[in-house]
Design a binder for this molecule. Structure first.
Ligand SMILES: Nc1ncnc2c1ncn2[C@@H]1O[C@H](COP(=O)(O)OP(=O)(O)OP(=O)(O)O)[C@@H](O)[C@H]1O
Ligand SMILES: [Mg+2]
Length: 603
């Protein structure tokens, strides 16, 4: 090989050799990047990896990724290098008036080597993070001809201008990155959907579990009703017989304690949805205001400040105002207790709003009324959170709480076809959500419940037939009614009632629904055919309103029904209020001197 030959060879200059080496390094890097990008489905990790690599292969000061929010059409920073990453990520960049926006709308890369002179440069970002953008190279992130965002690199090292080669390199990276981002986003959506479905499933399981506990509890509550009614009844009978002071106070204790037990039974029955809610047009904001007025003193004396954010446009809805008030009383009391016990006080905020349900399983086009009760107390630990709606679950010490408050709320809200749930990060308070369907109000002129019976047919000497298979209840009710001046026949089964009904024209028939042999409804049907006037004087007393057949029967016939547990005094008060019997002003029957025994051969 001659020297001249050697001189004429196109041997690379040192500079082009260096460039080739650099390009090879970049290509190797891109190959490596492609491999890495395919190994992660975690969106955040992926985006951070991409920008780090983008900076590296373009030798730039900073890099960022902006993704297009399809619903709003805005560009959001999703990843950025540098110390102010958090600030940058909170920024939204407009499509109009930004270099990133231009790249997305034109789906073309762009090199701007003098950012300060380019009117498209969106300066707010620099201001916010105290940064100086001198040059920018941006390329679109596209998948199947759809632009999903932009990748930008800023300020080339040594303030060199960006070259076409930089653009090519970044485009190669962007092509790989866009597919990886799309996959990670799909994966994240899928994960979100699975999570939402799992949560919905666990809520459903929870609801089913509560429903089956409810059935068990309802059975027990029914069994307790009768003995409780007897205990209270007999104790009250003794009270009226004016025993010496000490015995009186003992009796007071018996009545008080039995009433407490009766209250628990009532709570259980509410949880087990024994009482179908009333349906009245109600304004939820009014119920919340009245609840807070009711509890204001209690809250203030426990150092709780409260505030409301009530949406004035909450529509009227059909619901049971008393039951809803009970829900908000229970929620407020719990928050008060938690805050004052843990911190000696706190803040309670109640918000109302309308909008789509927050629960993914609900229909998005059906707006609901949402009430949010938020406190800044100790919060609810994650292991306790799933149990707070279980009956008798309480973290209070013995004697302080029964653990029925939340289960009663759950029963009431479910009966209104709504949802109630709680969210809490321990140490940051608890937030309860109540969602109720918006039921178009039906304005009804019969706002007050009608009297039990037409009072004109009755007087204080009323002749009453009592039919109940619980002998103790029969006896105690008979004695009370007799004390009120009534003439009472009492029988413990339906068959024994028939001959009495043939012989006597009763003013009032008080009848149990479920009895062995002839049932209450059968007695009613018998009277309907034999003596319709008397059929109109029948009132049921029952603990069985949960039974759907019973409910249907009561709805169809319109026969009045008093539900147990009912104490004899409450019964007398109710009958007196409706004019069915006469009673002294406080509802307590007039005294009769001697002890009275029940009439009727069935006792
Ligand atoms: N706002 C709250 N902050 C912290 N814990 C709460 C809150 N609300 C409810 N809890 C937890 O839920 C449990 C159950 O509440 P629930 O109202 O059913 O019963 P209770 O308040 O313990 O008793 P009761 O309501 O019968 O007096 C409470 O004992 C408490 O542990
Ligand atoms: Mg409670």
């Amino acid at each position: 090989m001659s020297a001249s030959q050697k001189a004429g060879d196109k041997t690379p200059t040192a500079e082009s050799y260096r460039q080739l080496q650099e390009q090879n390094r970049q290509l190797r890097r891109i190959l490596e990047i492609t491999r890495i990008l395919n190994t992660t489905l975690n969106l955040d990790t992926l985006l951070n990896t991409i920008i780090a690599m983008a900076r590296d292969i373009t030798a730039t000061e900073a890099a960022s990724i902006l993704l297009l929010e399809p619903s709003s059409g805005e560009l959001h920073f999703k990843a950025a290098t540098g110390a102010k990453e958090a600030e940058v990520k909170s920024l939204v960049v407009p499509l109009e008036g930004s270099i990133a926006g231009w790249i997305v709308t034109h789906n073309r890369p762009l090199i701007v080597n003098k950012a300060s002179e380019d009117h498209r440069h969106y300066q707010q970002v620099d201001h916010l993070i105290n940064f100086s953008t001198r040059s920018i190279l941006g390329v679109p992130l596209s998948v199947k001809n759809r632009t999903i965002g932009v990748i930008e690199v800023v300020n080339k090292a040594k303030d060199l201008p960006f070259t076409e080669h930089d653009r090519e390199i970044l485009e190669t990276l962007a092509a790989q990155a866009a597919i990886a981002i799309e996959n990670a986003q799909l994966y994240k959506n899928l994960q979100d959907q699975i999570k939402a479905r799992e949560e919905a499933q666990s809520r459903l399981l929870h609801t089913e579990k509560l429903a089956s506990i409810g059935q068990l509890v309802a059975g027990i509550a029914h069994e307790l009703n009768n003995p409780l009614t007897s205990i209270i009844g007999y104790a009250q009978l003794l009270q009226y017989n004016q025993k010496p002071g000490e015995t009186q106070s003992d009796l007071d204790i018996i009545v008080d304690q039995a009433r407490r037990a009766a209250k628990i039974v009532r709570g259980l029955l509410t949880f087990a949805r024994q009482h179908p809610p009333e349906q009245k047009p109600v304004q939820i904001n009014d119920i919340i205001n009245s609840t807070l007025n009711l509890l204001d003193y209690e809250l203030r004396t426990h150092n709780i400040t409260w505030r409301t954010h009530l949406d004035p446009n909450i529509p009227l809805t059909m619901a049971d105002p008393n039951q809803l008030q009970q829900v908000f009383v229970n929620l407020t009391n719990n928050a008060r207790y938690a805050m004052s016990t843990a911190h000696g006080g706190g803040e309670l905020t109640i918000t109302t709003e309308t909008g789509p349900s927050l629960l993914p399983e609900s229909l998005p086009d059906q707006p609901v009324i949402r009430v949010i009760v938020q406190d800044n107390g100790p919060g609810i630990p994650p292991d306790i959170l799933p149990r707070i709606f279980d009956p008798f679950f309480t973290t209070k010490s013995v004697g302080e709480g029964t653990g029925l408050g939340m289960s009663v709320c759950h029963g009431i809200i479910s009966e209104h076809k709504g949802h109630i749930w709680a969210e809490s990060s321990p140490g940051e308070g608890a937030t309860f959500f109540v969602e109720l369907p918006i039921v178009a109000p039906v304005l009804d002129s019969t706002a007050d419940s009608p009297p039990l019976l037409d009072a004109s047919t009755l007087n204080s000497q009323a002749r009453i037939l009592l039919v109940d298979d619980e002998k103790e209840i029969l006896t105690v009710l008979t004695r009370f009614l007799q004390k009120a001046g009534c003439r009472v026949d009492a029988v413990s089964n339906g068959r024994a009632a028939f001959p009495l009904l043939e012989q006597t024209d009763y003013d009032l028939i008080l009848c149990d629904i479920r009895m062995p042999g002839i049932s209450g409804p059968e007695i009613y049907r018998y009277l309907q055919t034999k003596n319709p006037v008397q059929a109109g004087r029948l009132i049921f007393i029952t603990g069985d309103v949960v039974n759907p057949a019973t409910q249907r029967f009561l709805e169809e016939t319109g026969v009045p029904c008093l539900s147990k547990p009912i104490t004899p005094i409450e019964l007398l008060q109710k009958l007196a209020q409706s004019g069915a019997i006469e009673a002294s002003p406080d509802g307590i029957p007039a005294e009769s001197p001697e002890d009275i025994t029940a009439e009727g051969d069935e006792l």
